[in-house]
Design a protein around this ligand. Structure first.
Ligand code: 3HC
Length: 692
C-alpha cells in the first residue's frame, strides 16, 4: 500500500512528506500518517526537529471534505494539530501551493513556518458553511490579531504569503528548493538550541472585549453573507479566543463546528463545491484532444464581443476582432481599448500588461482576417438564417481544424453545423455576464460536435477560470430563468405584487428579486431573450402594459420600480400596482393573496420542474450541472445549493403533489415532469442522479 505520509531522516531532521494527490486533503490516512511520523520522530533520539511538507503540487488544501457527514475516524484533525503543537521537538511547516482550511490549521499548530514565495494560505471553511474546526479560530487571531483573522475567515479568500499582513504567520518566505530550505531552517533551530514555540501561548491582541465586539460588528457588516449561519459562529469563536483560556476556546470551537456541519446550509454549500467540479467532467470524451490555441477570432462590435476579446487578451492570446464594416471595426477597437484602460484603472492589470495586450490585438472590417484564428467566436445576435450565412462564410475562410463557436447563443447548433463542411468543429457557448466575474459557461453541443472540439473549448474555459457545463442542443440557464420568471408572473397575475415577489425571493437569498432584475436588464432586451424558452398555454402580459405606459426598466428611469436621482434610489411605484390591477380587472381575475413562503415555493418548484424537463430531454446531463449554472449565472443562493438541491431538501413527493395542484391553474406549465414520479416512487432524490 502506498503510504500517505513518507518518513525520511536528513541529518538530524525528520521530514514528513504528505503524499495524497491531488491536493493532499487531510484524510484519515494522512492524519494517521502525520501522527505516526511524529511519534516516530519524537521517539528517535537522533531526530532533533521535524519538517512537515506537502508532496506534489501543494501543502494540504484542507480536511477531506468527502469525509464530512460520516463518522470521524481517529485521530481527528484537532487532535493532530494539538499533538503537533505539544511536540517536544521543534516542528517546522514548509508551505507551497495552497495551504487551506485544515491544511493551514496544521501550519498554525506547527512551531515554525516557512513558505515558498508563490504559496497562498487561507481559511475558506465559511464557503462550505462551516468554520475552521481544528483550532484555526483560536490560533489565527493569536498570531495575526482578530481583525486579520476574521477577514480571512469571513471572506474565505486565499492570501498570498507575500501580502501585507501575511508575514506574521511565516518565519521565512523562500525562493528555491523548499524542502532544502526547510531542512536548513530546522538545522539552524537545532544549532541555536531553539525549542518549540507554541501558538497557544500567545495572547490575542484585543484586551477590551467591548472594543473587540465593535470591531467584530463592523467586520460583519462588510460581509455579504447575512443569511448564512457560519459567519456568526466564526465571530463567536474569535470572541471565545479573546475571552477564554485556549483549551476552553478550542472546546467552544469544536461544538460550533459540529453545529455548522449539521446545517442544511453546509450540506448545500458542500454540494455546490462538488457540483462545480463534477460539471467539468465529460465522460463521453474518450480520446478527445484539445487543440492548441494561439489566436482567437472574435466577431462583433457589441459589448459581448469586446468583453470576450479583452478576457482573451488578458490570458495572453492573440486576438483578431472582425466585423463587416470599417465603422464597426473602429468601434470595436475603441471599446476594447476602453475596457483595457478600465482594467488598468481597477488594477486588474498593469499598464505594461495592457500595452502588451494591445500589441497582440488586431481589428478588421472583413471576416477574411480570421483565416489564421484557431478558434472563432461569433458574438453577434442575428436571425438564424443570417447566422447560418456567417457560419458558411467562416467555413470557407477558417483554417482547417479551427473551432467555430456561436457565442451569441440563440441559434440551434445543429443548424449552424449543417451550414459548414466540418460540422464536428462547430459548437455553441453560453457565456454569462459579467464575463470577468461569472464563473460558469455552458458548452452547447450539437449532434456532430467532435470530441476534439469539446476538449478544446473545455481547455479554453479552464484557462479563463470558468466551470464548463455541458448542454445539448440548447442552453440550460435561459430555460430555468424563463420558468422562474413565468412562475413569478403567474403569482402577480393572480394577486401578488411584484414587490412582494421580490421581497420573498430576496428572503430566499437571491441578490435581486425577479422584477428588479428585469428592470436592470431592460424589458426589451430580456423579453426578447426570454422568448418562448418556456412552455405555457398562457403568458401573462402585464409587462406589456408597463411598456405601453413608457416603462422599460431602470435605464429608462422607471420599470417595476422608479429610479430617481444620482445614484438612483429605487422606489416602489403605486402606478405599477394600478396598471396591474387594471390588467387583472380586464381579464376577469379575482385577486388572491400569497404568503412569502408560498411565493418562494412556487418559484422553486417551477425551476426544479423545468430542470427535470431539461434532464429528461437530455439538454442537461446532471441535476448538479443545473445547480452550478443557476448559482453562477443567476445569483441563486449558493447556500441553498441550486434549484435541484433545494427541491431535494423541500421533498420531491410533496413538490410533485403541489405541482399537480398548481397545474389545475395552468396545466402545460405546472404539470410535474415524470421524473418527479419516478424519483419519489423509488425513494430517491435528484442528487441520486448526479453520477460522474
Ligand atoms: N477535500 C476533498 N477533495 C478535495 C478537496 C478537499 N478539501 N479539495 C479539493 N478536492 C478535490 C476536488 O474535488 C477535485 O477532485 P476531482 O478531481 O475528483 O474532481 C480535486 O481535489 C482537484 O480540485 P480542483 O479541481 O478544485 O483543483 P484546483 O487546482 O482548481 O483547486 C484548490 C485546488 C484551490 C485546493 C481547490 O480544490 C479548493 O479550493 N479546495 C477546497 C479547499 C477548502 O475548502 N478547504 C477547506 C476544507 S474544510 C476544512 O478544512 C475543515 C477544517 O477546518 C476542519
Amino acid at each position: 500500500m502506498v503510504q500517505a505520509v513518507l518518513f525520511e531522516i536528513e541529518d538530524n531532521v525528520a521530514v514528513l512528506t504528505i503524499k495524497s494527490p491531488p491536493v493532499n486533503a487531510l484524510s484519515h490516512a494522512v492524519r494517521s500518517g502525520i501522527v505516526d511520523g511524529l511519534d516516530r520522530a519524537l521517539g528517535d533520539d537522533d531526530v532533533k526537529a521535524v519538517v512537515l511538507i506537502g508532496g506534489g503540487r501543494t501543502f494540504p488544501a484542507g480536511a477531506d471534505i468527502r469525509e464530512f457527514g460520516h463518522p470521524v475516524q481517529d485521530p481527528w484533525l484537532p487532535e493532530v494539530c494539538n499533538r503537533l503543537e505539544m511536540a517536544s521537538k521543534p516542528v517546522v511547516a514548509a508551505v507551497h501551493g495552497t495551504a487551506l482550511g485544515g491544511g493551514f490549521e496544521v501550519v498554525l499548530a506547527a512551531h515554525y513556518r516557512i513558505a515558498d514565495k508563490d504559496a497562498r494560505f487561507g481559511l475558506p471553511e465559511v464557503t462550505l458553511g462551516i468554520l475552521p474546526g481544528a483550532g484555526g479560530t483560536q490560533r489565527a487571531p493569536r498570531l495575526a490579531g482578530a481583525k486579520f483573522a476574521l477577514d480571512m475567515m469571513l471572506t474565505g479568500r486565499p492570501v498570498p504569503v507575500t501580502a501585507p499582513g501575511a508575514k506574521v504567520f511565516f518565519d521565512a518566505v523562500v525562493d528555491g528548493d523548499l524542502r532544502k530550505e526547510a531542512v536548513a531552517f530546522a538545522q539552524n533551530l537545532i544549532s541555536e538550541g531553539k525549542g518549540p514555540r507554541r501558538t497557544r501561548d500567545q495572547r490575542i491582541g484585543f484586551e477590551d472585549p467591548h472594543a473587540y465586539q465593535n470591531e467584530v460588528t463592523n467586520r460583519y457588516r462588510m460581509v455579504a453573507r447575512q443569511q448564512e449561519y457560519a459567519p456568526e459562529q466564526i465571530i463567536r469563536c474569535v470572541e471565545a479566543a479573546a475571552l477564554l483560556p485556549f483549551d476552553q476556546g478550542l472546546a467552544f470551537e469544536r461544538s460550533s463546528f459540529q453545529d455548522c456541519l449539521e446545517t442544511s446550509q453546509s450540506a448545500a454549500l458542500r454540494h455546490a463545491f462538488f457540483a462545480e467540479r463534477r460539471a467539468g467532467k465529460f465522460p463521453e470524451l474518450k480520446t478527445g484532444q484539445a487543440r492548441e490555441l494561439n489566436t482567437i477570432g472574435v466577431i462583433g462590435a457589441g459589448g459581448l464581443a469586446a468583453s470576450v476579446a479583452v478576457i482573451c487578451l488578458q490570458e495572453g492570446w492573440h486576438v483578431v476582432a472582425a466585423t463587416t464594416t470599417v465603422r464597426a471595426a473602429e468601434h470595436a477597437a475603441s471599446e476594447i481599448s476602453k475596457l483595457l484602460g478600465g482594467a488598468v484603472m481597477r488594477k486588474h492589470m498593469t499598464q505594461t500588461e495592457a500595452d502588451e495586450a494591445l500589441a497582440r490585438f488586431t481589428t478588421a472590417s472583413d471576416l477574411v482576417a480570421l483565416s489564421e484564428a484557431d478558434m472563432i467566436l461569433d458574438c453577434t445576435i442575428r436571425p438564424p438564417s443570417a447566422k447560418r450565412d456567417v457560419f458558411t462564410q467562416l467555413d470557407a475562410i477558417a483554417k482547417e481544424g479551427a473551432v467555430l463557436v456561436d457565442a451569441g447563443a440563440h441559434s440551434k447548433v445543429n443548424l449552424l453545423a449543417q451550414a459548414t463542411g466540418a460540422p464536428g468543429d462547430v459548437v455553441a457557448l453560453h457565456l454569462y455576464a459579467p464575463l470577468r466575474v461569472s464563473k460558469v459557461a455552458e458548452i452547447v453541443l450539437g449532434g456532430n460536435t467532435s470530441e476534439d472540439t469539446v476538449a478544446t473549448v473545455i481547455s479554453f474555459l479552464r484557462k479563463l477560470d470558468k466551470f464548463p457545463v455541458r448542454a445539448k442542443n440548447e442552453q440550460i440557464g435561459p430555460r430555468i430563468l424563463a420558468a422562474y420568471r413565468l412562475a413569478a408572473d403567474y403569482i402577480v397575475e393572480a394577486g401578488g405584487t411584484p414587490y412582494l415577489v421580490d421581497q420573498a425571493m430576496r428572503g430566499f437569498g437571491m441578490n435581486l428579486g425577479p422584477y428588479q432584475a428585469l428592470d436592470y436588464e431592460g424589458f426589451e432586451a430580456s423579453l426578447s431573450a426570454q422568448g418562448s424558452a418556456c412552455r405555457a398555454s398562457h403568458q401573462p402580459d402585464f409587462v406589456g402594459r408597463l411598456q405601453a405606459a413608457g416603462r422599460n426598466g431602470a435605464r429608462s428611469g422607471k420599470g417595476f420600480y422608479l429610479y430617481e436621482g444620482k445614484p438612483a434610489s429605487v422606489q416602489q411605484d403605486p402606478e405599477v400596482i394600478e396598471l396591474i390591477r387594471a390588467y387583472r380587472e380586464e381579464n376577469g381575475i379575482d385577486p388572491r393573496g400569497f404568503s412569502e413562503d408560498a411565493i418562494r415555493y412556487r418559484c422553486l418548484a417551477a425551476m426544479a420542474n423545468e430542470g427535470a424537463r431539461l434532464l429528461r430531454e437530455g439538454v442537461a446531463r446532471r441535476p448538479s450541472d443545473i445547480d452550478t449554472v443557476m448559482i453562477h449565472a443567476f445569483g441563486f443562493p449558493r447556500w441553498q445549493g441550486g434549484p435541484m438541491k433545494a427541491a431535494d431538501n423541500a421533498g420531491l413527493l410533496h413538490m410533485k403533489v403541489e405541482l399537480e395542484r398548481f397545474a389545475r391553474e395552468e396545466p402545460k406549465f405546472w404539470t410535474p415532469d415524470r421524473i418527479f414520479d419516478h424519483l419519489a416512487k423509488n425513494g430517491k432524490v435528484f442528487d441520486d442522479l448526479n453520477t460522474q
